[in-house]
Write a protein that binds this ligand. Structure first.
Ligand code: ATP
Ligand code: MG
Length: 328
Protein backbone atom coordinates (compact mmCIF):
# COMPACT_ATOMS: atom_id res chain seq x y z
CA UNK A 1 0.00 0.00 0.00
CA UNK A 2 1.17 3.51 -0.82
CA UNK A 3 0.07 6.49 1.25
CA UNK A 4 0.97 9.94 -0.03
CA UNK A 5 0.20 12.58 2.59
CA UNK A 6 0.12 16.30 1.70
CA UNK A 7 3.09 16.13 -0.67
CA UNK A 8 4.26 19.42 -2.16
CA UNK A 9 7.26 19.93 -4.42
CA UNK A 10 8.44 23.46 -5.11
CA UNK A 11 11.27 24.21 -7.55
CA UNK A 12 13.19 27.46 -7.15
CA UNK A 13 15.17 28.49 -10.20
CA UNK A 14 16.86 31.91 -10.32
CA UNK A 15 14.07 33.62 -8.44
CA UNK A 16 11.35 31.68 -10.30
CA UNK A 17 9.17 29.48 -8.11
CA UNK A 18 7.23 26.55 -9.60
CA UNK A 19 4.93 24.46 -7.44
CA UNK A 20 5.09 21.27 -9.51
CA UNK A 21 3.14 19.17 -6.96
CA UNK A 22 0.71 21.03 -4.75
CA UNK A 23 -0.52 19.36 -1.55
CA UNK A 24 -1.31 15.93 -3.03
CA UNK A 25 -2.73 13.20 -0.79
CA UNK A 26 -3.48 9.80 -2.18
CA UNK A 27 -3.81 6.17 -1.09
CA UNK A 28 -3.20 3.24 -3.44
CA UNK A 29 -4.25 -0.16 -2.08
CA UNK A 30 -1.98 -3.21 -2.35
CA UNK A 31 -2.30 -4.97 -5.69
CA UNK A 32 -4.21 -2.09 -7.28
CA UNK A 33 -3.43 -0.48 -10.62
CA UNK A 34 -3.76 3.26 -10.11
CA UNK A 35 -3.55 5.72 -12.99
CA UNK A 36 -2.80 9.42 -12.79
CA UNK A 37 -4.06 11.30 -15.79
CA UNK A 38 -3.04 14.83 -16.62
CA UNK A 39 -1.87 17.19 -19.31
CA UNK A 40 1.73 18.05 -20.02
CA UNK A 41 3.17 20.07 -17.16
CA UNK A 42 0.49 18.95 -14.67
CA UNK A 43 3.19 17.57 -12.35
CA UNK A 44 2.77 13.84 -13.00
CA UNK A 45 6.44 12.97 -13.41
CA UNK A 46 7.39 15.07 -10.40
CA UNK A 47 4.80 13.26 -8.27
CA UNK A 48 5.99 9.85 -9.51
CA UNK A 49 9.62 10.77 -8.78
CA UNK A 50 8.55 11.81 -5.29
CA UNK A 51 7.10 8.32 -4.72
CA UNK A 52 10.56 6.73 -4.78
CA UNK A 53 12.25 9.89 -3.51
CA UNK A 54 14.26 10.43 -6.68
CA UNK A 55 12.78 13.85 -6.02
CA UNK A 56 12.66 14.92 -2.39
CA UNK A 57 9.28 16.49 -1.53
CA UNK A 58 9.45 20.04 -0.15
CA UNK A 59 6.89 18.86 2.42
CA UNK A 60 4.69 15.87 3.10
CA UNK A 61 5.31 12.16 3.59
CA UNK A 62 5.35 9.00 1.44
CA UNK A 63 4.65 5.66 3.10
CA UNK A 64 5.18 2.41 1.18
CA UNK A 65 4.10 -0.84 2.86
CA UNK A 66 4.12 0.88 6.23
CA UNK A 67 7.59 2.42 5.85
CA UNK A 68 7.76 6.24 5.71
CA UNK A 69 10.45 7.16 3.15
CA UNK A 70 11.07 10.91 3.64
CA UNK A 71 12.59 10.45 7.11
CA UNK A 72 14.90 7.54 6.20
CA UNK A 73 18.69 7.70 6.22
CA UNK A 74 20.39 7.35 2.81
CA UNK A 75 21.33 3.73 3.50
CA UNK A 76 17.81 2.78 4.58
CA UNK A 77 16.36 4.63 1.61
CA UNK A 78 18.60 2.68 -0.78
CA UNK A 79 17.28 -0.60 0.54
CA UNK A 80 13.67 0.65 0.62
CA UNK A 81 14.02 1.62 -3.04
CA UNK A 82 14.61 -2.03 -3.95
CA UNK A 83 10.94 -2.55 -3.16
CA UNK A 84 10.03 -0.05 -5.89
CA UNK A 85 10.60 -0.76 -9.60
CA UNK A 86 10.37 1.95 -12.27
CA UNK A 87 9.51 1.71 -15.96
CA UNK A 88 10.39 4.71 -18.16
CA UNK A 89 8.90 6.21 -21.31
CA UNK A 90 12.18 5.94 -23.22
CA UNK A 91 13.10 2.56 -21.71
CA UNK A 92 16.48 3.77 -20.35
CA UNK A 93 18.24 0.49 -21.25
CA UNK A 94 22.02 -0.01 -21.21
CA UNK A 95 22.96 -0.18 -24.87
CA UNK A 96 26.19 -2.08 -24.34
CA UNK A 97 24.46 -4.82 -22.34
CA UNK A 98 22.40 -7.71 -23.67
CA UNK A 99 18.74 -8.15 -22.80
CA UNK A 100 19.69 -10.66 -20.07
CA UNK A 101 22.35 -8.39 -18.62
CA UNK A 102 19.97 -5.43 -18.58
CA UNK A 103 17.45 -7.46 -16.63
CA UNK A 104 20.15 -8.76 -14.28
CA UNK A 105 21.46 -5.27 -13.47
CA UNK A 106 19.39 -4.54 -10.33
CA UNK A 107 20.38 -7.97 -8.99
CA UNK A 108 24.09 -7.33 -9.63
CA UNK A 109 24.12 -4.08 -7.70
CA UNK A 110 22.46 -5.72 -4.70
CA UNK A 111 25.01 -8.56 -4.73
CA UNK A 112 22.78 -11.45 -5.80
CA UNK A 113 24.96 -14.42 -6.82
CA UNK A 114 25.46 -15.50 -10.42
CA UNK A 115 23.36 -18.67 -10.42
CA UNK A 116 20.46 -17.03 -8.61
CA UNK A 117 20.65 -14.13 -11.10
CA UNK A 118 20.54 -16.53 -14.03
CA UNK A 119 17.50 -18.31 -12.68
CA UNK A 120 15.66 -15.05 -11.99
CA UNK A 121 16.51 -13.63 -15.43
CA UNK A 122 15.23 -16.82 -17.12
CA UNK A 123 11.98 -16.51 -15.15
CA UNK A 124 11.57 -12.85 -16.15
CA UNK A 125 12.41 -13.49 -19.82
CA UNK A 126 9.64 -16.07 -19.83
CA UNK A 127 7.22 -13.70 -18.09
CA UNK A 128 7.72 -10.94 -20.68
CA UNK A 129 7.99 -13.32 -23.65
CA UNK A 130 11.60 -12.58 -24.64
CA UNK A 131 13.36 -15.88 -23.95
CA UNK A 132 14.50 -16.11 -27.57
CA UNK A 133 16.03 -12.60 -27.46
CA UNK A 134 18.07 -13.11 -24.29
CA UNK A 135 21.39 -12.36 -26.00
CA UNK A 136 20.21 -9.53 -28.25
CA UNK A 137 21.30 -5.93 -27.68
CA UNK A 138 18.71 -3.16 -27.21
CA UNK A 139 19.48 -1.71 -30.67
CA UNK A 140 18.25 -4.99 -32.17
CA UNK A 141 14.83 -4.76 -30.50
CA UNK A 142 11.54 -3.08 -31.41
CA UNK A 143 10.12 -0.42 -29.06
CA UNK A 144 7.65 -2.90 -27.59
CA UNK A 145 10.41 -5.43 -26.96
CA UNK A 146 12.57 -2.74 -25.33
CA UNK A 147 9.73 -1.91 -22.98
CA UNK A 148 9.33 -5.61 -22.14
CA UNK A 149 13.00 -5.56 -21.09
CA UNK A 150 12.31 -2.39 -19.08
CA UNK A 151 9.43 -4.10 -17.28
CA UNK A 152 11.45 -7.28 -16.61
CA UNK A 153 14.34 -5.21 -15.20
CA UNK A 154 11.97 -3.22 -12.97
CA UNK A 155 10.58 -6.49 -11.58
CA UNK A 156 13.93 -8.24 -11.09
CA UNK A 157 14.27 -7.59 -7.35
CA UNK A 158 10.65 -8.62 -6.58
CA UNK A 159 9.40 -5.09 -5.88
CA UNK A 160 6.04 -4.57 -4.21
CA UNK A 161 5.46 -1.38 -6.21
CA UNK A 162 5.89 -0.74 -9.93
CA UNK A 163 5.98 2.90 -11.07
CA UNK A 164 5.37 3.55 -14.78
CA UNK A 165 6.13 6.99 -16.22
CA UNK A 166 4.33 7.19 -19.58
CA UNK A 167 5.48 3.62 -20.24
CA UNK A 168 3.57 3.37 -23.51
CA UNK A 169 3.80 6.93 -24.86
CA UNK A 170 6.63 6.07 -27.25
CA UNK A 171 4.75 3.08 -28.70
CA UNK A 172 2.15 2.64 -31.45
CA UNK A 173 -1.47 1.84 -30.44
CA UNK A 174 -1.29 -1.94 -30.97
CA UNK A 175 2.01 -2.24 -29.07
CA UNK A 176 0.61 0.03 -26.35
CA UNK A 177 -2.24 -2.44 -25.83
CA UNK A 178 0.17 -5.39 -25.63
CA UNK A 179 2.36 -3.63 -23.06
CA UNK A 180 -0.65 -2.57 -20.98
CA UNK A 181 -1.95 -6.13 -21.06
CA UNK A 182 1.48 -7.34 -19.92
CA UNK A 183 1.41 -4.90 -17.00
CA UNK A 184 -2.04 -6.24 -16.10
CA UNK A 185 -0.79 -9.86 -16.24
CA UNK A 186 2.23 -8.97 -14.10
CA UNK A 187 -0.09 -7.25 -11.61
CA UNK A 188 -2.39 -10.26 -11.45
CA UNK A 189 0.34 -12.90 -11.20
CA UNK A 190 2.70 -11.12 -8.79
CA UNK A 191 0.26 -8.88 -6.89
CA UNK A 192 2.57 -5.88 -7.47
CA UNK A 193 0.93 -2.49 -6.83
CA UNK A 194 1.14 -0.34 -9.97
CA UNK A 195 1.10 3.45 -10.23
CA UNK A 196 1.14 4.69 -13.78
CA UNK A 197 1.05 8.21 -15.08
CA UNK A 198 -0.22 9.08 -18.51
CA UNK A 199 -1.79 11.80 -20.61
CA UNK A 200 -3.87 9.21 -22.50
CA UNK A 201 -7.30 8.34 -21.09
CA UNK A 202 -7.22 5.06 -23.06
CA UNK A 203 -4.42 3.81 -20.81
CA UNK A 204 -6.54 4.39 -17.71
CA UNK A 205 -9.61 2.89 -19.40
CA UNK A 206 -7.80 -0.31 -20.34
CA UNK A 207 -6.14 -1.45 -17.12
CA UNK A 208 -6.71 0.81 -14.11
CA UNK A 209 -8.78 -0.04 -11.03
CA UNK A 210 -8.58 3.49 -9.70
CA UNK A 211 -7.37 6.81 -11.01
CA UNK A 212 -6.75 10.46 -10.30
CA UNK A 213 -6.83 13.61 -12.39
CA UNK A 214 -3.94 16.05 -12.01
CA UNK A 215 -4.05 19.72 -12.96
CA UNK A 216 -1.51 22.43 -12.17
CA UNK A 217 0.15 20.24 -9.55
CA UNK A 218 -3.09 19.42 -7.75
CA UNK A 219 -4.95 16.13 -7.65
CA UNK A 220 -8.41 17.46 -8.47
CA UNK A 221 -10.25 14.11 -8.39
CA UNK A 222 -9.49 10.53 -7.51
CA UNK A 223 -11.28 7.30 -6.78
CA UNK A 224 -12.17 3.86 -8.03
CA UNK A 225 -13.09 3.93 -11.71
CA UNK A 226 -16.42 2.25 -11.06
CA UNK A 227 -17.38 5.02 -8.60
CA UNK A 228 -16.08 7.85 -10.78
CA UNK A 229 -18.02 6.56 -13.77
CA UNK A 230 -21.19 6.36 -11.70
CA UNK A 231 -20.73 10.03 -10.75
CA UNK A 232 -22.22 12.07 -13.60
CA UNK A 233 -20.33 15.19 -12.51
CA UNK A 234 -16.91 13.53 -12.54
CA UNK A 235 -14.41 15.21 -14.83
CA UNK A 236 -12.31 12.08 -14.95
CA UNK A 237 -15.37 10.12 -16.09
CA UNK A 238 -15.87 12.76 -18.79
CA UNK A 239 -12.32 12.09 -20.02
CA UNK A 240 -12.86 8.31 -19.96
CA UNK A 241 -16.27 8.32 -21.69
CA UNK A 242 -17.06 11.83 -22.97
CA UNK A 243 -20.66 12.97 -23.25
CA UNK A 244 -19.80 16.59 -24.03
CA UNK A 245 -21.50 19.76 -22.91
CA UNK A 246 -25.18 20.55 -23.48
CA UNK A 247 -25.63 22.26 -26.82
CA UNK A 248 -29.40 22.18 -26.95
CA UNK A 249 -31.22 25.47 -26.66
CA UNK A 250 -33.56 23.65 -24.26
CA UNK A 251 -31.26 22.08 -21.67
CA UNK A 252 -34.31 21.38 -19.49
CA UNK A 253 -34.89 18.15 -21.43
CA UNK A 254 -31.29 16.93 -21.21
CA UNK A 255 -30.04 14.31 -18.76
CA UNK A 256 -26.83 12.37 -18.26
CA UNK A 257 -27.21 8.65 -17.66
CA UNK A 258 -24.37 6.62 -16.20
CA UNK A 259 -24.35 2.89 -15.61
CA UNK A 260 -21.85 0.16 -14.94
CA UNK A 261 -23.91 -2.97 -15.25
CA UNK A 262 -24.47 -5.21 -18.22
CA UNK A 263 -28.01 -3.79 -18.28
CA UNK A 264 -29.07 -3.47 -21.88
CA UNK A 265 -29.54 0.26 -22.19
CA UNK A 266 -31.73 0.40 -25.27
CA UNK A 267 -34.54 -1.79 -23.83
CA UNK A 268 -34.31 0.08 -20.52
CA UNK A 269 -34.67 3.44 -22.26
CA UNK A 270 -37.54 2.33 -24.48
CA UNK A 271 -39.31 0.86 -21.48
CA UNK A 272 -38.84 4.12 -19.56
CA UNK A 273 -40.19 6.16 -22.48
CA UNK A 274 -43.27 3.90 -22.78
CA UNK A 275 -43.93 4.23 -19.04
CA UNK A 276 -43.87 8.02 -19.25
CA UNK A 277 -45.16 8.49 -22.77
CA UNK A 278 -42.15 10.34 -24.15
CA UNK A 279 -39.29 9.82 -26.56
CA UNK A 280 -35.72 9.52 -25.35
CA UNK A 281 -33.01 10.24 -27.89
CA UNK A 282 -29.32 9.61 -27.30
CA UNK A 283 -27.29 12.73 -28.12
CA UNK A 284 -23.79 11.53 -27.25
CA UNK A 285 -21.72 9.18 -25.13
CA UNK A 286 -21.06 5.47 -25.42
CA UNK A 287 -20.77 2.13 -23.70
CA UNK A 288 -17.18 1.00 -23.18
CA UNK A 289 -15.09 -1.67 -21.54
CA UNK A 290 -13.42 0.06 -18.60
CA UNK A 291 -10.95 -1.92 -16.51
CA UNK A 292 -12.48 -5.11 -17.95
CA UNK A 293 -16.06 -4.15 -17.04
CA UNK A 294 -18.87 -2.59 -19.00
CA UNK A 295 -19.54 1.05 -18.24
CA UNK A 296 -21.56 3.64 -20.04
CA UNK A 297 -22.27 7.34 -20.04
CA UNK A 298 -24.93 8.84 -22.27
CA UNK A 299 -26.36 12.31 -22.73
CA UNK A 300 -30.01 12.05 -23.71
CA UNK A 301 -32.77 14.46 -24.62
CA UNK A 302 -36.44 13.86 -23.79
CA UNK A 303 -39.24 14.89 -26.08
CA UNK A 304 -40.72 17.08 -23.32
CA UNK A 305 -39.61 18.51 -19.99
CA UNK A 306 -40.67 16.43 -16.97
CA UNK A 307 -42.58 17.94 -14.09
CA UNK A 308 -41.79 16.94 -10.48
CA UNK A 309 -43.65 13.60 -10.19
CA UNK A 310 -42.74 12.53 -13.74
CA UNK A 311 -39.11 13.44 -13.12
CA UNK A 312 -39.09 11.30 -9.99
CA UNK A 313 -40.69 8.37 -11.83
CA UNK A 314 -38.13 8.64 -14.64
CA UNK A 315 -35.20 8.76 -12.20
CA UNK A 316 -36.68 6.01 -10.03
CA UNK A 317 -37.40 3.69 -12.94
CA UNK A 318 -33.86 3.99 -14.31
CA UNK A 319 -32.27 3.74 -10.85
CA UNK A 320 -34.04 0.41 -10.37
CA UNK A 321 -32.29 -0.78 -13.54
CA UNK A 322 -28.89 0.38 -12.28
CA UNK A 323 -28.83 3.57 -14.34
CA UNK A 324 -27.96 6.81 -12.52
CA UNK A 325 -29.63 9.94 -13.80
CA UNK A 326 -28.49 13.52 -13.42
CA UNK A 327 -28.79 16.89 -15.09
CA UNK A 328 -25.84 18.06 -17.17
N1 ATP B 1 13.85 20.21 -12.15
C1 ATP B 1 12.92 21.15 -12.34
N2 ATP B 1 13.19 22.47 -12.11
C2 ATP B 1 12.25 23.41 -12.28
N3 ATP B 1 10.98 23.17 -12.69
C3 ATP B 1 10.66 21.89 -12.95
C4 ATP B 1 11.61 20.82 -12.79
N4 ATP B 1 10.98 19.65 -13.12
C5 ATP B 1 9.73 19.98 -13.47
N5 ATP B 1 9.51 21.32 -13.36
C6 ATP B 1 8.26 22.04 -13.63
O1 ATP B 1 7.24 21.44 -12.87
C7 ATP B 1 6.02 21.37 -13.59
C8 ATP B 1 5.55 19.93 -13.68
O2 ATP B 1 6.45 19.17 -14.49
P1 ATP B 1 6.31 17.60 -14.71
O3 ATP B 1 7.45 17.16 -15.55
O4 ATP B 1 6.13 16.93 -13.41
O5 ATP B 1 4.93 17.51 -15.54
P2 ATP B 1 4.29 16.28 -16.31
O6 ATP B 1 2.86 16.24 -15.90
O7 ATP B 1 5.10 15.04 -16.09
O8 ATP B 1 4.38 16.73 -17.83
P3 ATP B 1 4.63 15.83 -19.16
O9 ATP B 1 3.29 15.18 -19.47
O10 ATP B 1 4.99 16.86 -20.19
O11 ATP B 1 5.71 14.84 -18.88
C9 ATP B 1 6.31 22.01 -14.94
O12 ATP B 1 5.92 23.35 -14.88
C10 ATP B 1 7.83 21.90 -15.07
O13 ATP B 1 8.33 22.93 -15.87
MG1 MG C 1 6.11 13.72 -17.37
Amino acid sequence: MIVVDSVTKVYENRGMTVTAVDDVSLTVGSGEIHGILGRSGAGKTTLLRCLNLLERPTSGTITVDGLELVGLSDADLRSARQRIGTVFQHFNLFHARTVSDNIAFPLEITGVGRSERRARVAELLDLVGLTDRANAFPSQLSGGQKQRVGIARALAAHPSVLLCDEATSALDPATTEQILDLIKVVNETTGVTVVLITHESGVVRRICDSAGLMEDGRLVESGRLADLLADPGSRLAEQLIPVGRPTDSEPSVEYILSFRSESATEPVLSHASRELGLDVSILSGSVEQVGGRTAGRLRVALSRPLDGPDHDRFVGFLAAQGVMVSRP
